[in-house]
Write a protein that binds this ligand. Sequence first.
Ligand SMILES: [Zn+2]
Length: 294
Amino acid sequence: MIPLDMFGSESLAADLLQQVRWRDGVECPRCRSDRTVKNGSYGHFQRYLCKDCDCTFNDKTGTIFAHSKIALRKWLFSIYAFLRFNTSIRQLQTEIDVTYETIHRHVECFVTALDAPHLDLVGPVEIDEVYVTAGKKARDRERESRSRGLSTRGRGSYQSDKPPVFILVERGTGDRYVVPAKSADESTVRLLLADREEESLTVYTDGFRAYDPLDEDDEITREYVVHSDGEYADDEVHVNTCESQGRRSDPWLSPHRGVSKDKLTPYVPAFQLRRELFRKPGKEALKHAIRATL
Ligand SMILES: [Zn+2]
């Protein structure tokens, strides 16, 4: 259900922000004191006075929504449509009658505010990478098939406008992490896997050579499939969960033509957020999205 009322009324949008922002009580953004009192209003937004440091602030102060020229309800609509329906910025421009540049700046501000995923891996873990074509219009996209195994075919690099995006899946919990990287090399792989709960970790990979050094690591048990040898998933040894996740992330980026590789990093956590929102009712999804930026 789309929370239409929030997008039609600035005061309802303001109420929603207030609810999400102060869910643990009002706190002064300057000195973190909770000794605050209501102090008039700032447009549709509640204003407060801090009794410890004497500063005034409102519901938007210190958030990405502060000092915005567009109404909060339009911004929330953009975020909602962007996450929920994968609406392009070009399309949003016609929906809410705000210039392309303005919406672009606001959506970018939103995705930049999202936290990078925090990994605390619990094994066994599947790890795999996909290469997202960045900075190209959709029709120019290469449609090459993903070659696997030890060859370099189909593997991209940050320099060649196909930055790698690592996908990690915990087999036990089903938790997935989507992490963009500058290169798909040994040190990146080690860095990703180092963020784990216990010392030893079982890892399923394919035959890509960046994973080979894991064989020498005493704390890591690596099992792998070599796709180019026509090997099929061998019981537990596969990266199929990663692959189905990877197939979903590339089409998702395609409406957002011309996202340059430098801007890609923040867009990928947005993809992960979209997945978290998938089954939430409209208003809950919107609250979750706001909370993710605070
Ligand atoms: Zn204060």
